[in-house]
Structure formats: C-alpha cells, structure tokens
Write a protein that binds this ligand. Structure first.
Ligand SMILES: *Cc1c(COP(=O)(O)O)cnc(C)c1O
Length: 377
C-alpha cells in the first residue's frame, strides 16, 4: 500500500520546539508567558497592526466568547452560513439562542447577501430582530464582505467573522478576520497553520481584549480572594501551545504560497477536463489562502459523480472529502429556520475537497494526477 496522502495535515517549521523549550526552561508552563504575548503580537502584525488578539484553546471557544461579548442569550436568534463546519453554529446553541441558516451565493460559496437581507426583514417582521451575524470564509475564500457589512450596518446587527479557514486571505487587500465586530481564527491540526489545537478572537480595541481575557480566565474580579460577579470560562490558550504557534507564524507566508500552488496545480490538471470546475476567486478583489482546493463535478457532462472519484482516490490511499453538508440538512438543526434556495445543497451534492497540504511532494502530486486522469479518461 502506498503512503497515505491526507487532505490537509500539520506541517511544522522546525522552529516550534525552541519556543516550547524556552517555556520549559523559564517554567512558564501555564496560560501566561512570552509565547502567548509573542504569538498574539505575530498575529496582530499579520492582520493589520490595528487589532488586538486573544489566543484561546479553540476557534469554537472563540465564537462562543464573541457571542457572549455581544450579549447573545436565551431565545435570541443568530444568522449564520448554512454551508460551513458545525463549529460555526454550535456556539449559538451554547448561549440558548437559535441559529438561522442562510444559503450561499455561487461566486464565493459563502453567505448570500440577498438571502441575508431577506432573512433579516422577515425576522424583524416577526418581531425577532437577529442579535448577530456569523459570516464564514469557506476554504479560505473571502465572503462578499462589502455587501454583507453594508446590510449589517443598515440594520445595526453586529458581524462575527468566522475566519477559521482564512488566515492569510484578503478581500480588497484587507485581512479576513478584521471586517467584523469580532474575528475568529483556528489553529486546529488541519488548518493552514496549527498549534495542535487552538484559536483566537480578533478584537477591535484593548477594551474588548481585556474583557475577553477576563471572561476566558474564569472572570475573576479584582480582589485578593476569588471573587466573581460574572460567569466565566476556561478558554485561554496554554503558553506551551502558543510556542507551536510562534514557530508556525514564521512560515505562514510560505504555507499560503504552497497552498495557492496546489490550487494552480488543480487548475492546470482540470483545464482540459470538461464538466469539472476548480473553485477559484471570482475577481482580483479576492485573495484566498486556498486552504482547501475543491472541485465541482457536473454529473451530466462527465457521466461521473463526486462519490465515485472519492472512492477512486481511496483505492490509492488518498484522502478527499465531500464539501460541507449544509447545516439546515443536519438532523441536529432540523427545526432551525432557513433562508435561500438550493445553492449550498447543490455544492454539497457535486463538490469534493482534494488533497491540499503545503507538505505534499512532487511524487504525491503525480499520484493525485494519475488517479484524476484515469478516472476521467
Ligand atoms: C475549524 C473550524 C472551526 C473550529 O475550529 P476549532 O479551532 O477546531 O474549534 C470553526 N469554523 C470553521 C469554518 C472551521 O473550519
């Protein structure tokens, strides 16, 4: 059996251990220390220099914390993209609130501004003005942030940007994660850089950061004993894990470049295969980190479907994966309201994510190309 080719696996720089060793030597084996401060500074410089970063134990915690900061509570409603990983929606339910799912548009596969505005007007007409909007940048592709922010401003609803997959992506030269009232990043093992598990909340000012740090470290009031007047959480990142993050931040530009090269590899590969479309930026306003490369297979033109291709890859020990199954089709969210048509459903039916790691070799690419050529010939 050939070696396994993964969809997206950790790709270390070799610098991580020196940051971890430093933490051990100084005995900062806790959730404060130089690695936390250094990692937050690295992220800040990477995003804009005008935002404050709070490193946390996951992006899921970061979304939950953002909702808490926006006072989302029992019986509130929060709008979010149906076409996403479940972690975009789960934290809404942690607050006792209801997720309302919005369809995608066809260009970026992200939240459709038209369906978004329809949903807001409809909820308002029912006396249920949404408390927040969670917008996702899927597979690294920036959402239509200008249109979405315009609608959000018009109806005065704060935006949380789930940029878990989009570190290094920009829209009109502005970093994903900096458009919303809060931004979210993930450093899970399969993301473009990893801390083995971790996330961050992107804040607009020091005041928000202070509040997020306070809430993520059990909400201790200023007193010599343990005194509490708010419900807190244990969501802060460890200083050991942040050391991995610092080692990874040294190579983020290389990782983005390598993922974008994988996307180009697929564009080239599918150039002469009719009925297959490689997911690409609609205009030069969009700059995707191409965290995952994805294709849409038209079954009518090709006579093939995405499940057959997935199995052909599997035969050669290569991992591929259907696109996200829309949240409004998930049993756990069967009762949640949904606005839009069938864009996300069709993407799910016909789409496949392909191996996209920055650590794939020329030999890996040869194996991938061989499977694809044989499959479509
Ligand atoms: C990975 C991911 C998350 C969750 O990240 P964790 O750090 O694993 O909690 C949230 N949203 C999206 C879109 C993701 O891809």
């Amino acid at each position: 059996m050939q070696n396994k080719i993964w969809l997206s696996s950790p790709h270390l720089s070799g610098k991580e251990l020196s940051y971890i060793n430093d933490a051990f030597e100084k005995n900062w084996v806790t959730s404060i220390g130089e690695n936390i401060d250094g990692f937050e500074q690295d992220l800040k410089e990477c995003l804009s220099n005008h935002h404050e970063i709070v490193s946390l134990n996951s992006a899921t915690s970061a979304i939950h914390l953002a909702l808490v900061m926006l006072n989302v509570t029992k019986n509130d409603e929060v709008l979010t993209s149906t076409f996403s990983f479940v972690a975009s929606a789960n934290p809404i339910t942690y607050c006792g609130a209801t997720p309302i799912f919005i369809d995608s548009e066809k260009e970026t596969w992200n939240m459709c501004p038209i369906a978004l505005e329809e949903s807001i007007q409809d909820r308002i007409s029912k006396g249920r003005k949404p408390k927040a909007i969670i917008v996702v940048h899927l597979y690294g592709m920036p959402a239509k942030m200008e249109e979405i922010n315009e609608i959000a401003t018009k109806y005065e609803i704060p935006v949380i940007e789930d940029a878990a997959e989009a570190l290094g992506s920009t829209y009109k030269n502005q970093a994903c994660g900096t458009f919303g009232r809060f931004g979210i990043l993930s450093f899970n093992g399969n993301k473009i850089i990893t801390t083995s598990g971790g996330g961050a909340l992107v804040c607009h000012n020091q005041e928000d950061k202070n509040k997020a740090v306070f809430l993520s470290t059990q909400a201790r009031d200023n007193a010599p004993h343990y005194q509490h007047s708010h419900i807190g959480y244990n969501y802060r990142m460890s200083n050991i894990v942040a050391g991995i993050g610092r080692g990874q931040m040294e190579v983020l530009p290389n990782r983005v470049e390598a993922r974008r090269k994988m996307h180009e590899f697929y564009v080239e590969l599918f150039r002469n295969i009719n009925g297959v479309e490689v997911f690409s930026e609609p205009t030069s306003d969009y700059y995707s980190n191409h965290w995952l490369s994805a294709i849409i297979i038209d079954p009518k033109t090709t006579g093939k479907n995405r499940e057959e291709l997935r199995l052909a890859f599997l035969d050669d020990n290569i991992e591929s994966r259907p696109l996200w199954k829309p949240m409004h089709l998930q049993p756990v969210f069967a009762d949640a309201p949904y606005y839009g048509g069938k864009v996300a459903e069709e993407l799910f039916d016909n789409g496949l994510c392909l191996p996209s790691g920055s650590n794939l070799s020329d030999y890996d690419r040869e194996r991938i190309a061989t499977v694809i050529k044989n499959f479509f010939s």
